[in-house]
Design a protein around this ligand. Sequence first.
Ligand code: SAH
Ligand code: SF4
Ligand code: F3S
Length: 444
Amino acid sequence: MTKKYYIKTFGCQMNVYDSSRIADMLKKEGYTETNRQTEADIVLFNTCHIREKAAEKLFSDLGRAKLIADERAEQGHKTIIGVVGCVVQAEDEQIIARAPYVDFAVGPQMYFRIPEILRQISAQKEHQSVVDTDFPAISKFDFLPENKAQGACSYLAVQEGCNNFCTYCVVPYTRGAEYSRPVADVVAEAKRLIATGTIEINLLGQNVNSYHGEDENGHERNLAYLLHKIAELDGLKRLRYTTSYPADMTDDLIVCHKDIDILMPYLHLPVQSGSDKILKAMNRRHNSGDYLRIVEKLAAANPNLRMSSDFIVGFPGETDADFQQTLNVVNQVKYIQAFSFKYSRRPGTPAAVMENQVEEKVKKERLDILQTLLFDYQTKFNQACVGKVMPVLFEQKGRHKGQLIGRTPYMQNLHIETNGANINKILNVLVTDATTNSLSGKEI
Ligand code: SAH
Ligand code: SF4
Ligand code: F3S
């Protein structure tokens, strides 16, 4: 019987990408995927450390995995439990101290060692956890096996890590310094994805627009160059990139939104706060004026472009007046989607030890106010789409028979009733209904 693996992924798209590359590696080793933990020979958790809640969730999942592993052991099946991702990088040996039954814990740069570690564990006479949180001298991407498209939409990591050190954020510590893959490697991967069924590529990076990979002649190239290169590839219908750092929105990148027709008119550009005082304390390299000027330039390049953002409320020192400035930015940009969070104190980051921490109650009140405003703009935009015809890329089947779920150019979820034959295609759809979170429509 073939051995099976189960992966649960937390956190950002980079983790989703990493999980699919780990899956490629396990498939190459002869494993097949299962979505049932009870039948998995390997159970993997790909973890996120960005906020306290995300990290804590791991330990409840691990507890459950241990119970399942014990039940399986009674039936004579061995289960290997592995933890990968940013919690591993941050907590290192502490994971094993808290959950000694974990077989291996591997940080985001060392995934390529998983097959070797699995063999090492299989050969063990008695349980001994393996931990690896090194940052190798060579890029992890060079070791991962070649990947195939997993559907019509694929992520493609072009950049990893961060040098920005926003004072609240763990990413520079968990993912390390910025690294950009060479242009040729990215183009080769894009071609492979297209050849195996992808029609939409989303270029990924923690700061994707700080991309500075080398071309064949050893020249550094930026994201604008890379977007043009990929947009030229035959068969690709849609292109996106995420997540961008405002200070790295160069003019040539902005102009791509006018010049590249397959570049979708939607940009995730996290502002975090509208208060210049807070932005400074966060160590962001933009103030609210800089940010709004970028938004204006983008609108001039492509009047159809719409924005989304991330926000943090209750950063240390944030007053009601600072928070009001965040609301002002929302009212100016009119985001069509957004993620908003209460500030979470992360050990080892500068903001965690700032003295003027904001009370939990105040954070919650501000988050409620902000989210009400954000949802209002999101709902209004969705409602304004009713009656329009939009090209929708259908990627998955819905819960009901014959239902398909797809994405509009603006990343809205849209569902239609159909005969099911249209998966992985772009169809023109008349939007008939809208809620805060999704649209529905009819094929025309
Ligand atoms: N590189 C991206 C974001 C990566 S983390 C950028 O610079 O925009 C994703 C989001 O999590 C951040 O945009 C931020 O809004 C949120 N976040 C990060 N650290 C946080 C913390 N300590 N508390 C609350 N939210 C946080
Ligand atoms: Fe974190 Fe800031 Fe880097 Fe984004 S830019 S990953 S928020 S440190
Ligand atoms: Fe989380 Fe790591 Fe991504 S901390 S948000 S999984 S880079």
